[in-house]
Design a binder for this molecule. Structure first.
Ligand code: SF4
Length: 330
């Protein structure tokens, strides 16, 4: 995979495995959560990562930040190979790459006030010396995420879900990152609050030139925020394209099924279709194309059951992993 000179984060053939207990004859099994994924994110770019739960999105996001060990592949960040850096060497780099979690309640220490929670990364990374400067910086960060100073003395349980997630965003911003992995940051929130949070992330991105890997199971959420979208299925990217292209001309049968399964926003409109079948176990993935047991394309060739389709460029940066990619053009 070639990355442009302006690439901020570049992943090559990244594979993540987890131990999965003993299999037949006591042989130790490994679950491959992410399999040979390439990805490039430019400065200020927002890359969406979508797919059903369990497809490896979060594992990939955590691996890119070196929060999960990788079993294979290479990760470059700001031009430096960080694949095998020690925790000590990673420390200054960690400042530049942050994570926003799905459940802000779980990610905040219940014994810390909002001010303490936002000040914590400043203390860990020794960014503001002196209480007064730190206090001022905390108030500034709260303001940046749309919270006023009156919440500074409150505890997480005294905040709404949206406020808690804003505190999570303020914590991530405290260390002045260039790249943020946002893992389902709005899925635990009400729809109206979701829109406010998405607007906030969009504003922060524009104001600070932040790059995002935005993980979501909901294609609609990535639509207005992301420049590019990668669709993952059972650990692999099966389609990648500029966002408009994914929505106007989806080519992979899985992407099409995901779009067809979106609930309708218009009253009276036909209900969404259900995604066909179940996600297979990554411990025993289907042969050939892993989507073949659920694929609705008619007259599929034997190759679908026998060989893994590669991710090929169909033109204009639209990549598809499907043996029938030519036939899915219309
Ligand atoms: Fe369906 Fe075959 Fe394409 Fe897989 S490779 S998505 S089974 S048509």
């Amino acid at each position: 995979m070639t990355a442009s000179p302006g690439t901020l984060l570049r992943a090559e053939a990244v594979t993540v495995e987890y131990p999965a207990g003993a299999g037949l004859f006591g042989r130790k099994e490994r679950l491959r959560a992410v399999v040979e994924v390439d990805l490039a994110v430019g400065p200020g770019e927002c890359h969406g990562l979508v797919g059903e739960s369990g497809c490896g999105k979060s594992s990939l996001g955590r691996a890119l930040l070196r929060l999960t060990d990788i079993a294979g592949g290479r990760i470059q960040f700001e031009g430096r190979d960080i694949t095998h850096l020690s925790p000590r060497s990673m420390r200054p780099i960690r400042r530049r790459m942050q994570m926003i979690f799905q459940d802000p309640y779980a990610s905040l220490n219940p014994r810390f006030t909002v001010a303490q929670a936002v000040a914590e990364p400043l203390i860990i990374h020794r960014l503001e010396s002196g209480r007064a400067a730190r206090r001022e910086r905390v108030l500034e960060l709260l303001w940046d995420v749309g919270l006023d100073g009156s919440v500074a003395g409150r505890y997480p349980h005294e905040l709404s879900g949206g406020q808690r997630q804003r505190v999570g965003v303020a914590r991530a911003l405290a260390v002045d990152p260039t790249f943020i992995v946002a893992d389902e940051p709005v899925s635990a929130l009400d729809v109206s609050v979701q829109a406010q949070l998405l607007n906030l992330l969009e504003d922060l991105r524009a104001a600070r030139g932040l790059a995002f890997l935005f993980i979501s199971h909901d294609l609609r959420v990535v639509r207005h925020l992301c420049d590019q979208v990668s669709v993952m299925y059972l650990g692999r990217v099966v389609e990648r394209a500029p966002t408009d292209e994914i929505f106007s001309r989806p080519r992979h049968p899985y992407t099409r099924a995901l779009l067809a399964a979106l609930p309708s926003m218009r009253p009276g409109e036909a209900p969404a279709q259900r995604l066909p079948g179940e996600v297979p176990s990554p411990l025993d993935p289907p042969s050939g194309c892993a989507f073949h047991p659920r694929c609705s394309v008619a007259d599929r060739p034997e190759a679908c059951m026998e060989s893994l389709p590669g991710l090929e460029d169909c033109g204009g940066g639209h990549l598809v992993a499907c043996h029938m990619r030519e036939k899915t053009e219309e």
